[in-house]
Design a protein around this ligand. Structure first.
Ligand SMILES: Nc1nc2c(ncn2[C@@H]2O[C@H](COP(=O)(O)OP(=O)(O)OP(=O)(O)O)[C@@H](O)[C@H]2O)c(=O)[nH]1
Ligand SMILES: [Mg+2]
Length: 440
C-alpha cells in the first residue's frame, strides 16, 4: 500500500491544485508556492497531458534546475493535483528535501530518477507502462553482453536454418550452454522446446523465437504465495561474500519506507565492524531503525535481541543482515540455521522471507549457492544483483528452472532506486531479443 491510495484518475475535483501558502500542519515548514498564473498554466497543461507519471513530472520540472523552494512547490502542486492527502503530500516533499540535503544532491540530473521512483512507489504507480519501460531499458543494457552471445546467435540460427531437424536442436543447445545456462539446463530447456514444437506442429526454425520466449517466461512464472504475515515481517538476507546483501537491504528498506512502513535493520553480520557501520549508513539514508551489538557478538544473539526490539517497537518490517559466507563452509551455514531458529522462537513464522542474493555476473556457481543455502535456511526467493554490470543473463534461467524459486527483485546499480521488481516476460524479452512490444 502506498502513502496515497492508488491514484490512477487524474484531477478528480475542480480545486485539484491550490496555490495557498502551506500552513496549519505542525512541524512542517512553510513551503514556497507556485504563483497563481503559473498554477493555472500548469493545471491546464497537466490536464491535457497524456496520463503518465514521467510526462507529468516532465511538465512539473520544467524550469527547475536545482533542489530548493521551486522544486518543493512544484512537487506539492503535482501531489495536490493528484489529490494526495495534504499531510502525506507535505511529508513526501519534506522527506525528499531532507534526503537531497543528506545526499548533498543539488542538480536535477542527480536526483530526477530517484524522484520518479519515489513518486511511483508512493502513488502506487510502479506497474504502469512508464516504469516498466524504464526498467526494461536498464535490464537490456545490463544484458547487452549476454544478448551478444545469445540473441545474436539465435537470430542467425532462426533465420538461417530453414526446417527444424536434429542439427537445429543441437545448435540451440550449444547456444544455451554458451549463454551460461549450463549443460543440464540447456538440455532440459531443449527437451521442453521440442515438446512444445511438437504440440504446436512447428516445422520452421523461424517460428522458434516466440516459442522460446514463451517457455522462458513460463520458467519464471511461479505459483502465487501467501504474502500476508503476522507483523513484524522478518526478512533474512543471505548469500556469499560481496554479492550485494547489505546494499539490497538498503534498497528494500527504501521501498518499504516509501510505502509508509516502519522499518528496522539488524546487523547480524558481526564479523567486521565496518559491515555494521555500512548497514547503519543505509539505515540513516532510508530512515530505518537500526539494531547492533559490538563486533564479534554472536550473530544469533543479535538476531534474537533485534527481534525482541522489533516486537517492542512494533515495526512493520525487520531486515536481518548476515555476513557473506561460502556455501561450502559448514560451520557458517549452521550459524544461519541457528539465526532462523532463534527468530522463529521469538516470533512464530519468522523469518517470513529468506532471500538469497545472487550476483548476476557469477556463472554456474550460482546453482551450487542456491542448492546449499536452500538446504541450510529454506530460501524463499532470489534477488539478482549487478544486472547492470556484465551480467550473465542465462544464470537466472538456470537457477529458476532447477530450483523453482521466485526471483522477486533485480539490482540494477548501487543507488537506492536501483532495485526493481523482477518481471519474467520483460526479462525474457531483454535476454532473447525480439521486437519491442511483441508482447509475449
Ligand atoms: N553495479 C552494481 N553494484 C552493486 C549492486 N548491488 C551491490 N553492488 C555493489 O557491490 C558491492 C558489495 O555490496 P555489499 O552490499 O556490501 O555486498 P554484501 O553481500 O553485503 O558483502 P559482504 O557483506 O561483504 O558479504 C558494493 O560496492 C555495492 O555498491 C548492483 O545491483 N549493481
Ligand atoms: Mg554485507
Amino acid at each position: 500500500m502506498g502513502f496515497f491510495p492508488a491514484v490512477k484518475r487524474f484531477f478528480g475535483g475542480a480545486s485539484a491544485a491550490s496555490a495557498e501558502v502551506v500552513s496549519g500542519v505542525e512541524d512542517v515548514p512553510a513551503v514556497a508556492v507556485v504563483r497563481e498564473e503559473d498554477a493555472v498554466a500548469l493545471t491546464l497543461r497537466l490536464r491535457e497531458a497524456e496520463p503518465r507519471l514521467s510526462i507529468w513530472l516532465g511538465i512539473i520540472l520544467e524550469g527547475v534546475d536545482t533542489a530548493g523552494d521551486l522544486l518543493n512547490a512544484r512537487l506539492l502542486f503535482l501531489l495536490r493535483a493528484l489529490q494526495a492527502p495534504e499531510e502525506e503530500a507535505q511529508t513526501f516533499v519534506r522527506d525528499f528535501a531532507d534526503w537531497l540535503a543528506c545526499m548533498e544532491y543539488r542538480n536535477i540530473e542527480e536526483f530526477s530518477s530517484e524522484l520518479q521512483y519515489r513518486l511511483a512507489l508512493a502513488l502506487d504507480m510502479e506497474d504502469e507502462e512508464d516504469e516498466r519501460s524504464r526498467l526494461f531499458v536498464k535490464i537490456s543494457e545490463g544484458l547487452a553482453r549476454t544478448r551478444e552471445t545469445l540473441a545474436c546467435r539465435l537470430d542467425v540460427l532462426f533465420a538461417g536454418h530453414g526446417g527444424i531437424d536434429d542439427a537445429f536442436w543441437e545448435n540451440l543447445e550449444e547456444i544455451f550452454i554458451m549463454a551460461d545456462m549450463g549443460y543440464e539446463t540447456a538440455l532440459a530447456l531443449v527437451e521442453r522446446l521440442k515438446e512444445r514444437a511438437r504440440r504446436a506442429g512447428m516445422t520452421e526454425a523461424g517460428q522458434a523465437r516466440d516459442l522460446l520466449c514463451a517457455e522462458v517466461e513460463k520458467i519464471f512464472s511461479m505459483p502465487r504465495r501467501i504474502s500476508a504475515v503476522n507483523p513484524p515481517e522478518v526478512v533474512l538476507i543471505v548469500g556469499v561474500n560481496g554479492v550485494g546483501k547489505t546494499t539490497t537491504i538498503g534498497k528494500l528498506a527504501h521501498r518499504a519506507r516509501m510505502q509508509g512502513k516502519k522499518v528496522m535493520m539488524a546487523a547480524a553480520d558481526t564479523f567486521r565492524a565496518a559491515a555494521m557501520e555500512q548497514l547503519q549508513v543505509w539505515a540513516g539514508r532510508t530512515g530505518a531503525l537500526f539494531y547492533a551489538k559490538h563486533a564479534g557478538s554472536e550473530p544469533a544473539s543479535v538476531a534474537f535481541e533485534a527481534m525482541e526490539e522489533a516486537l517492542r517497537q512494533e515495526v512493520d518490517v525487520l531486515f536481518v543482515d548476515t555476513a557473506g559466507r561460502l556455501q561450502t563452509n559448514v560451520n557458517l551455514m549452521e550459524e544461519l540455521t541457528k539465526i532462523c531458529q532463534v527468530l522463529g522462537k521469538k516470533h512464530p513464522g519468522a523469518p517470513h522471507r529468506c532471500i538469497l542474493v545472487i550476483d548476476a555476473t557469477t556463472g554456474q556457481n550460482a546453482l551450487s549457492q542456491t542448492k546449499l543455502f536452500k538446504e541450510a535456511v529454506g530460501v524463499d526467493e532470489l534477488v539478482l544483483t549487478k544486472l547492470d554490470g556484465t551480467a550473465k543473463g542465462g544464470i537466472a534461467v538456470a537457477v529458476a528452472m532447477q530450483h523453482s524459486l521466485h526471483i522477486t527483485f533485480v539490482g540494477l546499480g548501487e543507488k537506492l532506486d536501483d532495485l526493481r521488481p523482477f518481471n519474467g516476460a520483460d526479462y525474457a524479452r531483454a535476454l532473447l531479443g525480439g521486437q519491442e512490444g511483441q508482447g509475449f
